[in-house]
Design a protein around this ligand. Structure first.
Ligand SMILES: Cc1ncc(COP(=O)(O)O)c(C=O)c1O
Length: 411
């Protein structure tokens, strides 16, 4: 069985060649990953030589247009979608905000939407605010101990007037992979739509919007080894049905429907470097494969095996200690949860555990991580919140061991 060549992986990231970066065990990836060299090179080139208005006929402008078109096609493969269903926005928070304005006119007063208590506020607040416009907002609560959503609870929340279910594929705190397809089937059966926040899922695996049957899927490329840009897939039929948010004279353009502002051209162009990175990994581990979606899927399976092994000792240690609570599924299987490990302890504040990890040069965080409602539902003070250590495929066992040493003596 092919396994991930970690030396090759880490050599793709300029950050790890920097002594000040490398001395930290970087376990704060759910907040933001380092960028692959392919992204850095593209960004440097586009900023240096093509940072002009695209779509004109002079050389640098043509280069900028070509880079953007290439990125749109390349990034569509990360969703298994068509290029014209992909939008680049400033961030996931801004994409959901625009989307909520664009979808609201599709609904009547008294229509219902379902939001979760588990989501990052980016995929929650913009929808909940629609209550002020006559929409009934129903909440899918979490279990107050595990932080998990019970899929069966959704059955009782979706009814004839449900127009939308908005949920996370994997929370940035509970990390457990939610059954999106089940929810999609439920809401589609009553003629509604589903919007899925994949920000915490996307760094770990290829996304298949066709298999999930979702109408909107969002993620943030700065967590998937790329630049700071929000990626959004919107099913073509929904894109046509929602209210155009761009300038009036662009109304016939699919690509401006949920993009009110001019985009950052170079950032968009550079995002193709994410897929160039995945392709380099694929070529190194597997050789040729003509289908870009299949290449990403193969690379994702290498990530999953490595990430399961990385999180296993951490999950074991946390489950083993009395008075210590792991949020989300008690599993180290990457098909069950992302390797984002959030926990809290009866005996110690999260701030004190965080301080000890930082003193040992383990990058991590504590608090609510904008999953304020989830952390509150766990009965915690959101400011102290949970401690979160989060891995991606480029992490090493030595980095995790450094965190383990601290936690073993502390908990
Ligand atoms: C699960 C999740 N959703 C949404 C967001 C918001 O993304 P952005 O910073 O692109 O608005 C984050 C950011 O941390 C996140 O972790």
């Amino acid at each position: 069985m092919t396994t991930l060549d970690l030396d090759y992986v880490r050599a793709q990231f300029p950050a790890f060649a920097d002594a000040d970066v490398a001395r930290w065990a970087h376990l704060e990836n759910a907040g933001g990953s380092y960028a692959a060299g392919q992204v850095v090179d593209l960004l440097t080139d586009l900023f240096s030589t093509a940072k002009v208005q695209p779509e004109w006929d002079f050389g640098p402008s043509k280069k900028a247009s070509a880079a953007m078109a290439r990125a749109r096609t390349a990034m569509a493969a990360t969703f298994n979608a068509d290029a014209d269903e992909i939008h680049f926005g400033p961030s996931t928070s801004q994409n959901t905000y625009v989307l909520a304005q664009a979808m609201r006119p599709m609904w009547a007063e008294g229509d219902e939407i379902v939001v979760t208590e588990q989501d990052h506020e980016a995929n929650s607040g913009a929808w909940r605010r629609l209550a002020a416009t006559g929409i009934t907002v129903r909440e899918w609560h979490v279990d107050p101990v595990s932080g998990l959503l019970d899929p069966a609870d959704l059955d009782g929340l979706v009814g004839e007037r449900t127009r939308l279910v908005t949920m996370t594929h994997a929370s940035n705190v509970a990390a457990t992979i939610n059954p999106v397809r089940r929810a999609a089937d439920l809401v589609h059966a009553v003629g509604g739509h589903i919007v899925v926040d994949g920000v915490s899922y996307a760094p770990h695996g290829g996304i298949d919007v066709a298999a999930l049957d979702c109408d909107v899927y969002l993620y943030s490329a700065y967590k998937t080894y790329g630049p700071h840009v929000g990626m959004m897939y919107t099913r073509r039929a929904l894109l046509e049905a929602l209210t155009h948010q761009g300038h009036f004279f662009n109304e016939s353009h699919l690509d401006t429907r949920v993009t009110p502002a001019g985009p950052d051209h170079a950032i968009i162009g550079a995002s193709a470097g994410i897929v160039d990175y995945y392709d380099a990994l694929h070529a190194h581990h597997f050789g040729d494969e003509p289908d870009p979606v299949a290449r990403i899927a193969s690379v994702s399976s290498l990530f999953a095996a490595h990430e399961s092994a990385l999180m296993a000792p951490l999950v074991d240690l946390l489950l083993d200690r009395d008075g210590v609570y792991l949020v989300g599924a008690p599993s180290a299987d990457a098909t069950v949860r992302a390797p984002t490990i959030a926990f809290h302890s009866d005996g110690r504040s999260s701030a004190s555990i965080y301080d000890a990890l930082i003193a040992a040069e383990v990058s991590c965080g504590h608090g609510h991580f904008y999953a304020h409602r989830l952390v509150s539902a766990l009965g915690l003070d959101p400011d102290d919140g949970v401690v979160r250590v989060s891995m991606v495929h480029y992490n090493t066992h030595a980095e995790v061991a450094r965190a383990l040493d601290v936690l073993d003596s502390l908990l």
